[in-house]
Ligand binder design. Structure first.
Ligand code: B12
Length: 219
């Protein structure tokens, strides 16, 4: 039993390194092996993929690595998420409600948003992912076209795209033809104070907590 756990820890470490160093093919192979050996997808996500991206981010921030490395890590992360997604979704219940999700206008960061999408799908929500660089108009259009939307999730990784987030919240709150819905915000520079200030219903630091919150507060 102890030997098996040691092997799991070692394969998780290998996956983390492959993602962090931007080796998507290697990451893919290792994740396939881990799944075959029975490691739960959630554990691979939480103990290898998320720490890998966090570490790649730290290295970038400390200026130890350049944009090509960060992009290679983000690509490996995306590949890994694609592989895990069907396994994470299997654990989900039937659809609870729909959520609209997007990274706000001017912002192209999508790794965190994609994680939020996966966590919501695995919690049983139907996710309408609008992608990145999503304008206020696109958010409103998606809500109008999908009457079962109960929650709008907005991601921002840049301080310069945070005013756009404020604007989306304001429009969703004031548009006369949009019924009351919950709004959740998140991403690196976003804080609870900022969420309160712009009138969002919720902020959480991680994608895992976001889905937990929605499970409790959204039908
Ligand atoms: C990868 C990356 C990139 C990649 C993006 C690739 C991609 N497809 O996403 C590239 C190279 C393209 C890039 C470009 C830029 N980047 Co950049 N980038 C990063 C980096 C290194 C990692 C981000 C990441 O993926 N993190 C991993 C994920 C898992 O974490 P996360 O996104 O924070 O998400 C978690 C939570 O925040 C939360 N969450 C996220 N969204 C949401 C939404 C909701 C509703 C909820 C509840 C929760 C939630 O859940 C996730 C995990 O549980 C960060 C540094 C860092 N440490 O964050 C800089 C960083 C975000 N970038 C930065 C900058 C400045 C830029 C550029 C302007 C650089 C430039 N001069 O060109 C451009 C902007 C391009 C644009 N218009 O968007 C700055 C932002 C500074 C600021 N506060 O404004 C950072 C912080 C780096 C730094 N320290 O300078 N970047």
């Amino acid at each position: 039993m102890k030997g098996k756990e040691t092997a799991s820890v070692s394969i998780l470490k290998n996956i983390q390194e492959a993602v962090q160093d931007g080796r998507p093919k290697d990451a893919e192979r290792q994740i396939g092996q881990a799944l075959e050996e029975g490691l739960p997808a959630k554990r691979i996500l939480e103990e290898a993929l998320i720490p890998a991206m966090r570490e790649a981010g730290e290295q970038y921030r400390a200026n130890g690595s350049g944009i090509p490395q960060v992009l290679a890590a983000a690509r490996s992360m995306r590949k890994g998420l694609q592989l895990l997604e069907p396994y994470l979704e299997k654990d989900g219940a039937q659809h609870r409600a729909a959520i609209v999700l997007g990274t706000v206008e001017g912002d192209l960061h999508d790794v965190g948003k994609n994680l939020v999408a996966i966590m919501f799908r695995s919690a049983g929500f139907r996710v309408i992912d609008l992608g990145v660089d999503v304008s206020e108009k696109q958010f409103l259009k998606a809500v109008r076209e999908n009457p079962d939307v109960k929650l709008v999730c907005i991601s921002s990784l840049l301080t310069t795209s945070m005013p756009g987030m404020r604007q989306v919240v304001k429009s969703l709150r004031t548009a006369k033809d949009i019924p009351p819905l919950k709004i959740m915000v998140g991403g690196g520079p976003v804080t609870q104070e900022f969420a309160d200030e712009i009138g969002a219903d919720a902020y959480t630091e991680t994608a895992v907590d976001a889905a937990e919150w929605a499970r409790s507060f959204v039908l």
